[in-house]
Design a protein around this ligand. Structure first.
Ligand SMILES: Nc1ncnc2c1ncn2[C@@H]1O[C@H](COP(=O)(O)OP(=O)(O)OP(=O)(O)O)[C@@H](O)[C@H]1O
Length: 287
């Protein structure tokens, strides 16, 4: 894989022509609030996603990770605060600008989201046809190269129903990178994979990021894989970022929740016991 695609430096120019300095973050999130009706999910979240790196966003189930991705992609609107991608505030973009942004964002979801009626090849060719006017022979070569990069060129004629879960995840990865996006977003890419496929997917996320000079954001509750893959870790708790930094530094964090979460300790700020009366009282134990 590395032989075919030597690593590129992080891209300096955005799809919208904005030139970025070495240390400019690709995504800047400020004081982000979001609620589903009365259910508050994000409560003033602020973070910067560094360019050219793989960042993992970690948090317990229901902490708002997927919601955050939807706010980054512009499919949800914040109730307060902002998400800037490539220097532009996403919720202020008109339809055309949002379309241009999405062309530069590859997304891979847990369920893969492949079109079940199309072959593997057609699934990869679809976004290329949708967003470019390249001639058919070029689309064919590009799609086959993307499949080759994930080791599935030989499976190009298959339908999604004929793929294993791990193969489907790899095809989804090839599709997410079909247009050489600047930003690649992964929602739970490791869920439900066997150890070998998990290793392959983790390796592909890293090599595709580096080969494309892209920026990757991986949302997951899989601490083990995040620790192995990510350059930076962000931990969400109570709708805000409770810890962030380079991976090695985060592993040393003394923040009680971050420590409990990253070291998978069963008790801590997230208690082992559901709130209850003292056991002695419940069982009428006399001192
Ligand atoms: N469309 C919706 N309508 C109402 N509530 C929602 C909706 N989507 C998500 N929620 C709620 O918002 C909260 C955050 O959900 P979200 O899916 O963003 O969390 P998550 O961290 O990605 O969780 P998981 O790791 O389990 O996927 C959860 O309590 C969820 O039940």
């Amino acid at each position: 894989m590395r032989g075919y695609y030597p690593p590129r430096p992080a891209r300096r120019e955005c799809h919208n022509g904005v030139a970025m300095e070495q240390h400019d973050p690709l995504i800047e999130i400020r004081d982000l609030h979001f609620a589903y009706g009365k259910r508050k999910v994000l409560n003033g979240l602020t973070l910067d996603i560094p360019r050219g790196k793989v960042s993992a966003i970690l948090g317990i189930s229901g902490s708002g990770k997927t919601t955050l991705l939807q706010l980054i992609g512009g499919s949800l609107r914040p109730s307060r605060g902002s998400v800037k991608v490539c220097g532009e505030i996403v919720h202020e973009l008109d339809t055309e600008a949002l379309y241009a942004l999405r062309r530069n964002v590859g997304m891979m979801f847990q369920k893969g989201g492949l079109f079940s009626d199309l072959t593997v090849f057609e699934n990869i060719a679809f976004p290329i046809r949708e967003h470019t006017s390249l001639p058919e022979p070029v689309i064919r070569d590009l799609a086959l190269m993307k499949l080759h990069a994930v080791g599935l060129r030989g499976a190009y004629k298959l339908k999604p129903t004929e793929l294993s879960g791990g193969m489907a995840r790899r095809v989804a990865l090839a599709r997410a990178t079909a247009l050489d996006p600047q930003l690649i977003i992964y929602d739970e890419p490791f869920a439900g994979l066997d150890p070998i496929t998990l290793h392959v997917v983790r390796h592909l996320i890293r090599t595709l990021n580096d080969a494309l000079g892209a920026t990757s954001v991986v949302v997951t509750y899989d601490v083990h894989e995040a620790k192995r893959l990510a350059d930076y870790i962000f931990v969400i708790g109570d709708g805000v970022i409770v810890g962030e930094g380079p991976t090695e530094q985060m592993l040393e964090s003394k923040h009680p929740f971050v420590h409990q979460f990253l070291h998978a300790e069963p008790d801590g700020p997230v208690p082992y016991h559901w709130p209850a009366r003292p056991i002695a009282e419940e069982l009428a134990i006399r001192p």
